[in-house]
Write a protein that binds this ligand. Structure first.
Ligand SMILES: C[S@@+](CC[C@H](N)C(=O)[O-])C[C@H]1O[C@@H](n2cnc3c(N)ncnc32)[C@H](O)[C@@H]1O
Ligand SMILES: Nc1nc2[nH]cc(C(=O)O)c2c(=O)[nH]1
Ligand code: SF4
Ligand SMILES: [Mg+2]
Length: 210
């Protein structure tokens, strides 16, 4: 069982379950091609059957790490951090993001939006999931909506989500990796017929980088 101090530190966002950190190129969405330091937090209960980081789901497997340590690592690697997971909004991200920003590091996040928003963000990429829909706080704050297309029903889901998000958000359709070959022709036609959408590919997987 967690002791009281650990529980309080988590609640206050002074420590976070850290799965991995790596300096790479943002592969997806609006910032594709941009150097970014990825901070992947453990823990997710959204349960996407096609999730490409299932090892992140069990928060207990990932050591609680102080914000101080995470930020001092980030400082040595460029000027843009992407907080991802797992589902990062399971945690209080106020301390992490304010510490990153006070070091002059841009704060971007990848989230399903399934939990209330915390943190101070330069860019929020919302990738909503049917199994646990986003909270209003994240629909309102999202800069980017990135819907994963696994099958034909997902186009309808994408339109429903676009109607919920604020109207400044940039809209992306991203093929689920294992279905890319099958679904891309339909995604291409869809975007040609509905040009408010753009295509996002997981380019890091083609580049063979993390
Ligand atoms: C692993 S998730 C972590 C952040 C957060 N839990 C979320 O889902 O947005 C990062 C991004 O990868 C996408 N993703 C995960 N598995 C994928 C797959 N098999 N194919 C395409 N995109 C995938 C998610 O939709 C999300 O946009
Ligand atoms: N290069 C690279 N770009 C990414 N964009 C979103 C990712 C994620 O897993 O959140 C990701 C990732 O894991 N690697
Ligand atoms: S919400 Fe994100 S981390 Fe969680 S299962 Fe879905 S894709 Fe994976
Ligand atoms: Mg990934």
């Amino acid at each position: 069982m967690q002791n009281l101090e650990t529980k309080n530190n988590l609640q206050d966002g002074l420590q976070l379950p850290l799965m991995e950190e790596f300096y790479t190129i943002q592969g997806e969405g609006n910032y594709t091609g941009t150097a970014a330091y990825f901070i992947r937090l453990g823990g997710c209960d959204v349960g996407c059957h096609w999730c490409d980081v299932k090892e992140s789901w069990d928060e207990k497997l990932h050591p609680l790490t102080s914000v101080e340590t995470i930020v001092s690592n980030a400082k040595q690697n460029g000027n843009l951090a992407v907080i991802t997971g797992g589902e990062p909004l399971m945690w209080n991200l106020d301390k992490l993001t304010s510490a990153l920003k006070s070091e002059g590091i841009q704060t971007n996040m990848e989230t399903s939006g399934a939990y209330e928003l915390s943190g101070i963000w330069d860019w929020i990429c919302l990738s909503p999931k049917k199994t646990k829909l986003p909270t209003q706080s994240v629909y309102d704050a999202a800069h980017e909506l990135k819907v994963v297309i696994y099958n034909h029903n997902d186009f309808k889901f994408a339109e429903e989500q676009a109607a919920n998000v604020n109207d400044k958000a940039v809209l992306f359709l991203q093929p689920e990796w294992s279905k890319s070959e099958e679904m891309l022709p339909f995604i291409i036609e869809y975007v040609k017929n509905n040009p408010k959408w753009r295509i996002s590919l997981q380019t890091h997987k083609f580049l063979n980088i993390p």
